[in-house]
Design a protein around this ligand. Structure first.
Ligand code: SER
Length: 326
């Protein structure tokens, strides 16, 4: 009989995914049972109002352990990470937060006999040598970014703690995540979010990858659903643990701009690739996520146009109130 999730710690709760995930977890498990934490960014009023919040540093074991003990934590959604673009500017920080942070969470998981640890991975685990289209679950993992290196090591560590100690570690390889509530913090796929904000605000955007750059992407409601579904999945059905490929849609920057133009016809995009182009080029165009579909019933809801409609509706409403950026 699998243990149940009762008391949750969310790290990285002020981030793009963490901020929305925390609210969804509070809906499902009760506000007081979800302890939100962040490193230094001020949480939004909505997050603060929704339940307990604390500052901790995931790479400092004592600060995490104090939270775990104080709140009887049995499950961690470990969302704290330095993403690919910031990671290339500061590889040492990326290693420290992503690896030491994860190691601390895994060790505390063992020490406190936790029910479950959810540790996100990313399409950044892939690099040269992969089939770029419909990239399979099992393939060569030779990332060229520090972020990717930490995510491959994180998957291997998660699987190791499962095999060696029986710790229930689960993880998914997020594609680029697009959302309307919190801006992403320094990834390569950030253009796919910025483009919507600029379309609504200025009807112009200068994109930092080429028009033909295609990457796997997902809308936030699907990302939250995937994360919570995997966390609740029947362990006896899971053949993988920390490394599920996950997909919803794939499109090029040009196709994304064309989708926005259906709603904002005067929208103009220029393409000026920077250092992030090489990172994008090393990642898949699209992903085969049949393991997630078969083992825990993963099924996305949003395609490109459905996402665009929703993004533009939400951002336009905020822009009209003068609160586009919150
Ligand atoms: N969105 C992430 C990044 O671009 C990929 O996981 O770094």
């Amino acid at each position: 009989m699998a243990k149940t999730i009762k008391k949750i710690l969310v790290t990285g709760s002020v981030g793009q995914i963490g901020s929305e995930l925390t609210l969804a977890l509070r809906e499902r498990y009760g506000a007081e049972n979800v302890i939100a934490t962040g490193r230094k960014t001020k949480p939004s009023d909505a997050l603060l109002r929704s339940g307990p919040f604390y500052f901790i540093n995931v790479s400092d074991m004592d600060s995490v352990e104090e939270m775990v003990k104080k709140h009887n934590i049995d499950t961690v959604f470990h969302m704290a990470a330095i993403l690919s673009a910031v990671g290339e500017k500061n590889p040492q920080l990326c290693w420290d937060v992503n690896m030491n942070g994860l190691y601390n969470i895994l060790e505390l998981g063992l020490k406190y006999n936790m029910t479950r640890l959810i540790i996100p991975s990313s399409i950044a685990v892939f690099g040269p040598g992969i089939p770029l289209n419909n990239t399979p679950q099992e393939t060569v993992l030779k990332p060229t970014t520090m972020y990717g290196v930490t995510k491959v090591a994180g998957e291997l560590l998660g699987d190791y703690y499962f095999r060696r100690f029986g710790l229930d570690v689960r993880g998914l390889r997020y594609p680029g995540i697009i959302s309307s509530e919190t801006l992403p913090g320094g990834g390569t796929t950030d253009y796919a979010v910025e483009i919507y904000y600029k379309a609504v605000e200025q009807k112009r955007y200068t994109c930092f990858v080429r028009e033909d750059t295609a990457l796997p992407m997902m809308y936030m409601p699907d990302c939250i659903k995937a994360t919570m579904d995997l966390a609740e999945a029947d362990p006896s059905k899971l053949k993988h643990h920390a490394d599920y490929n996950l997909a919803a849609m794939s499109f090029s920057a040009g196709e994304l701009a064309a989708s926005i133009k259906k709603y904002i016809p005067e929208f103009v995009v220029e393409y000026k690739p920077d250092f992030r182009q090489a990172i994008a080029d090393s990642w898949p165009n699209s992903i085969d996520d049949s393991a997630a579909r078969n083992e825990w019933g993963w099924q996305p809801s949003y395609n490109l146009d459905a996402m665009t409609r929703d993004m533009i509706e939400k951002l336009t409403a905020r822009h009209q109130q003068g609160k586009l950026y919150g």
